[in-house]
Design a protein around this ligand. Structure first.
Ligand code: ADP
Ligand code: MG
Length: 274
């Protein structure tokens, strides 16, 4: 399959057998980027794909908690004479987080250049093997880290996560512009709107638009990028993340459906570019 960034040779040598690399990004923190990335990875795997999830949020890694693997230490393997880190496996996907390699109690206070080189080393030292999709959970913001990442691995495209409220939309727009811009130049797979509405258990036919209605959908239309779906605000999503079992591995069928639609739309958007 053709990839616009396949000329980035570093990534070709480190990730030769990964078909699609999806970065999940947002301008703003706390909009549900990690939640979207984790459940996207699990939903793609449920469709039969082999999937890896890399937590590249070096300032606030959340994969160890979301997948209940805090404190586990990955094994090492030898690949062509080079020591490489073996991803953990949980719920049928491969996992790696910078949070599994550093001491949790030591707050990460790296400055830009150090953070970038740590990320670069982390990416090139993990042995993913054969994958259909590698989903990368990015740190918030629009900075050096993103540039480092796209220079290190051949990114297929970016999924942008936003909530429907104005402050998040403004940051999401910056994120879209950054990826689409000259310097980074990564295709936008699409935008997913998170925390779109809330449905109380006792009023199952009602939707309350707590953060505003359809803000993400309108932004996608305005920017002429694919709209990948709406994820409701649901207690089980939050609990799943905190309890080490994302909602996609539980039995809340309605909520899982939202993530399956999101993943299906993302996979179709990628397939149309390949
Ligand atoms: P980010 O990675 O963008 O900082 P997270 O994915 O960590 O955001 O989400 C922030 C918090 O919001 C977490 O506690 C998460 O469980 C919760 N959360 C995210 N999306 C939803 C949702 N759709 N419904 C309920 N809680 C959510
Ligand atoms: Mg996060």
């Amino acid at each position: 399959t053709a990839n616009v960034n396949s000329n980035r040779k570093d990534g070709r040598s480190t990730l030769p057998n990964v078909k699609n690399i999806i970065v999940v990004a947002s301008g703003k923190g706390g909009v549900g980027k990690s939640t979207a990335a984790a459940n996207l990875a699990l939903a793609l795997a449920e469709g039969g794909a082999s999937v890896g999830l890399m937590d590249a949020d070096i300032y606030g890694p959340s994969v160890p908690i979301m997948f209940g693997v805090r404190g586990e230490r990955p094994m090492m393997t030898n690949v062509d004479g080079k020591g490489m880190i073996v991803p953990l496996e949980k719920y049928g996907i491969k996992l790696m987080s910078i949070g599994l390699l550093i001491d949790e109690k030591q707050a990460v206070v790296w400055r830009g250049p150090m953070a970038s080189s740590a990320l670069r080393q982390f990416i090139t030292d993990v042995y993913w093997g054969d994958l259909d999709y590698l989903v990368i959970d990015m740190p918030p913001g629009t900075g050096d880290i993103h540039l480092t990442l796209v220079q290190t691995v051949p990114v297929t495209g970016a999924v942008i996560v936003t909530t429907p409220q104005d402050v998040a939309l403004a940051d999401a727009k910056k994120g879209i512009m950054m990826f689409a811009g000259q310097q980074i130049n990564v295709p936008i797979i699409g935008l997913v709107e998170n925390m779109s509405y809330f449905t109380p258990a006792e009023l199952p036919n009602n939707k309350y638009y707590i953060f505003g209605k359809d803000g993400g959908k309108r932004l996608a239309e305005d920017m002429e990028i694919p709209f990948l779906g709406q994820i409701p605000l649901v207690q089980s999503i939050r609990e799943g993340g905190d309890d080490g079992a994302p909602v996609m591995v539980g039995n809340d069928a309605i909520t899982k459906q939202a993530f399956l639609e999101f993943a299906g739309n993302a996979a179709r958007s990628i397939a149309m570019r390949n």
